[in-house]
Design a protein around this ligand. Structure first.
Ligand code: ASP
Length: 315
């Protein structure tokens, strides 16, 4: 039997053990395990890497703990505008949506764009029109309400700033304490194909239709069987400037680096130069997995058919 593997993340940032209660830490660990298993099960049943990363991401989107799908942060106007993308490595097929509202699982819409439209990237009302046509599940604003995110937003809404995710503190701390709750997955299936998916609510108090790196193919998500599949989390603006996910692929292709070496250069050298805090997970078609971040922590987990298994939050 050919081997297969999956890795997931639930965001990176200033995640310190002293700031997270044992109960919350356990809840995050359970959520990561659940998502990991949802993806792994598909690979184990000879499913595709694409289906596995989508299943893992759906599980994280459905969990209110993460800033994606149900637990998405509030915009300046008190709404939820979500971004997601998927890519598969053997066809270079890709699909993405940005600024979508009331979509239960934005990653499923991104996959739908990839498989059932002539396009790669849809946004806002047009994406919703497409979602309705394709029978994608929608929900009212109530579904996306969480007290924790609401309080984060309340602390910021009269301010011009915007913040990354997870912080419990007030506005100044929110700005200083960079925490990202985007989710994503990468996988290599038993056929040697790889895929990546990323989904996010973006940044608390964002305005003007701000879109980060998560739905941008090459920035937050990328997959190519010749090199790697990558899903990023972090401060979206510099990740876009760095074309972070594709940069890992380029360094493997043009410099002959391994996945680990390429991710190391991008996360710990190039992104640092751009003051881009965050991290990424990656897999190659030989089932090598790497999970790297330049912040204090990253919610992450991985599992291989060889038995290797790992869940972690802190460094
Ligand atoms: N990258 C996301 C964004 O900038 C945020 C995150 O990773 O949490 O929208």
């Amino acid at each position: 039997m050919s081997s297969f593997s999956i890795a997931i993340h639930g965001g990176a940032g200033t995640l310190l053990k002293e700031d997270i209660s044992p109960e919350l830490e356990q809840a995050y660990t359970n959520a990561l395990n659940e998502a990991l298993e949802a993806g792994y099960k598909i690979l184990d049943q000879k499913g595709t890497a694409l289906d596995a990363v989508v299943a893992a991401t759906v599980s994280l989107e459905n969990n209110i703990l993460f800033n994606a799908g149900r637990g998405s942060v509030f915009t300046k106007k008190g709404l939820h505008e979500m971004d997601a993308s998927v890519m598969e490595g053997h066809t270079l097929g890709a699909g993405a949506v940005a600024g979508v509202k009331n979509i239960v699982n934005p990653v499923l819409l991104a996959k739908e764009v990839m498989l059932h439209s002539d396009h790669v990237f849809l946004c806002a009302e047009g994406a919703t029109e497409f979602a309705l046509k394709r029978g994608i599940a929608m929900a009212g604003d109530d579904y996306f309400f969480s007290e924790f995110r609401y309080n984060q937003w309340k602390a910021m809404r009269d301010n011009d700033g915007y913040a990354l995710d997870h912080s419990q503190q007030g506005v100044e701390q929110l700005m200083k304490d960079k925490k990202f709750g985007t989710v994503g997955a990468v996988a290599c299936d038993a056929f040697g194909n790889i895929a990546a998916a990323t989904s996010t609510g973006g940044m608390t108090n964002k305005k003007y239709g701000r879109i980060g790196d998560s739905p941008v193919i090459g920035a937050g998500t990328y997959a190519n069987n010749q090199t790697c599949a990558i899903s990023c989390t972090g401060h979206g603006e510099p990740f876009i400037k760095a074309v972070a996910a594709y940069d890992v692929s380029c360094r493997m292709q043009y410099k002959g680096l391994t996945l680990q070496e390429a991710m190391n250069e991008v996360v710990h050298e190039n992104l640092i130069k751009l003051e881009a805090e965050g991290g990424m997970i990656g897999v190659d078609a030989q089932n090598n997995i790497s999970m790297q971040f330049n912040s204090a922590g990253m919610y992450r987990a991985m599992k291989k058919s060889t038995g290797e298994y790992f869940t972690a939050i802190y460094k």
